[in-house]
Design a protein around this ligand. Structure first.
Ligand SMILES: Cc1ncc(COP(=O)(O)O)c(C=O)c1O
Length: 511
């Protein structure tokens, strides 16, 4: 039984930072001595003193045999994995490596279309062929949920030669699909279920949260420890269990997508975040859940607002928005069997404004900053770092927003013509593989001339980072309209060469 009090990596980093010696290694600032005064004034020297390279005592991320290995073993035990890898390039690199470890060029992988852009990057790197399945979709709320067991079973029946299934669990909105059933179906074909659990790192530490993907039978899970727990930005973990993942190949893949100079600040923050959760996770999350519940109860009472939640009137496992008139999503289904109660998604369409407008007012006038906005919603992450005061401010801000919108901005009519689903309902027009499209000869065309052409870049509203167009897909009119609509309403488009979207890069010629 491992002692979860220990923080081997953090302790050794601390000892190395204290040990007196003349440093003739990277980084060039030499334990903070060479930093500019300006940054010293902001960060202080301590952080630089601990910004060390792979000294002998500090082990090696890509061949761990010392303190990194010990820290990873402790993490594996705490998160319920048989093996855990620390990641310094976010879940992004973990997801890319998971795809590279399971699929090669021409191999099929089954996945939802509402994947994060890191999955598309994994497809480009590996040359895998995406077999997209439609996630369950709520047309009233314009929110895509999880893929369903039924859809996965149908896809596997049609493509029994697929090499892996990947699912997002939970979605950015905290919605969880039936990962247990999907794992069982996937395993009937003896292939692995890979889970993008970037937003679910906290699940293992409280019984009221959705079941962690590994516990429900997933073979591999990638978690952004920095998103919902106490690690530094980018610090993430990849966990596996069972025999379906080839660890050698995964090791090699992780080396392809990560720096050869991993930051020990990030690695040590993973060690500390794991210890914190192993020792006090339940208590910290109970408090977080209480704060979230308080916010939910109070915001629900504000006229014009509703919150994505499990209404008491519905059976356990069913979810929907809390109050009339927004009844979309009611009547739970296999695409949404649980909800992360620490994630707060507020629907503002009852105020006749978009989520983008609400975000701007909240951020710039009312001192509250959301995680992300979409056309109808604002999503807030409530975590162990939030305080009672934050919740008070959030509730007050929404109360003020309602007053402001009823008097000032009411004329900004809420308008919503193309839904996310319109883009994908027409079928997935993957004409060539994402990799082929990425490396093909391309040309930049005015957006109005791109309909029917093959897209050569990722075009992605961010956050949430779910691409509307990706390399290899036929560009459709609804997709362009949807992007224009997001832009017009204040959303930000990323991933493409021209963020203003006047020009889109397409593959040259016709296929
Ligand atoms: C669903 C999902 N998967 C993966 C990622 C990538 O995670 P990271 O930022 O840790 O690289 C994100 C980031 O927002 C995400 O939302």
């Amino acid at each position: 039984m491992l002692d979860q009090n220990q923080t081997p990596l953090l302790d050794t980093l601390k000892a190395c930072a204290k040990s007196p010696h003349a440093p003739f290694y990277t980084p060039g600032h030499k334990r903070g001595v060479g930093i500019s005064q300006k940054i010293a004034d902001v960060f202080g020297q301590t952080i630089f003193r601990h910004d060390l390279p792979e000294l002998t005592e500090l082990d090696n991320l890509f061949a761990p045999a010392g303190v990194i290995q010990q820290a990873q073993e402790l993490a594996a035990a705490a998160f319920g994995a048989t093996q855990t890898w620390f990641l310094v390039n976010g879940s992004t690199c973990g997801i890319e490596a998971a795809i590279l470890a399971t699929c090669g060029t021409g191999d099929k992988i089954i996945l939802p279309r509402n994947v994060h852009s890191s999955v598309i990057a994994g497809l480009i790197l590996s040359g895998a062929i995406p077999i997209f399945i439609h996630p369950e979709y709520d047309p009233i709320l314009d929110i895509a949920h999880s893929i369903t067991p039924h859809a996965v079973a149908a896809a596997l029946q049609q493509h029994p030669d697929a090499k892996a299934v990947i699912m997002v669990y939970p979605t950015y909105y905290g919605v969880c699909g039936d990962v247990r059933a999907i794992a069982q179906i996937t395993h009937q074909y003896n292939i692995p279920l890979l889970v993008d659990e970037a937003h679910g790192a906290h699940f293992a530490f409280h019984p009221q949260l959705p079941t962690p993907a590994l516990q429900a039978g997933a073979d591999l899970s990638v978690q952004s420890i920095h998103k919902t727990l106490g690690a530094m930005t980018q610090a993430s973990m990849l966990h596996i269990q069972g025999e379906r993942i080839d660890c050698d190949r995964l090791n090699k893949a992780l080396q392809l997508v990560q720096s050869t100079s991993p930051s020990y600040l990030l690695l040590a923050s993973l060690d500390a975040a794991r210890q914190q959760m192993a020792l006090s996770g339940k208590e910290l999350i109970s408090r977080t859940l209480q704060l979230a519940e308080e916010a939910r109860t109070r915001i629900t009472q504000i006229p014009g607002l509703s919150i994505l939640q499990i209404p008491p009137c519905l059976k356990k496992g069913e979810i929907g928005f809390s109050c009339p008139p927004l009844q979309g999503g009611l009547g739970g289904s296999p695409g949404l069997i649980a909800l992360d109660q620490t994630r707060l998604t507020v629907n503002v369409s009852g105020l006749d404004i978009t989520g983008f407008t609400a975000e701007e007012i909240l951020d710039q006038q009312l001192g509250v900053t959301a995680e992300f906005a979409s056309l109808q919603h604002l999503t807030f992450i409530i975590s162990l770092g939030n305080t009672q005061e934050d919740i008070k401010q959030l509730v007050q801000a929404f109360t003020k927003l309602t007053q402001m919108t009823s008097s000032v901005t009411k004329k900004r009519e809420y308008k919503h013509t193309v839904l996310w689903d319109d883009i994908f309902n027409m079928g997935h027009f993957v004409r060539i593989s994402p990799r082929e499209a990425f490396f093909a000869a391309t040309e930049a065309l005015p957006i109005q001339e791109t309909t029917g052409r093959i897209c050569a870049e990722i075009v992605c509203p961010y956050p949430p980072g779910i691409p509307v167009l990706m390399p290899g897909e036929i560009i459709t009119q609804p997709a362009l309209e949807y992007l224009r609509q997001i832009q017009a309403m204040g959303g930000f488009i990323s991933g493409c060469a021209d963020a203003s979207l006047d020009i889109i890069t397409v593959v040259k010629g016709n296929f």
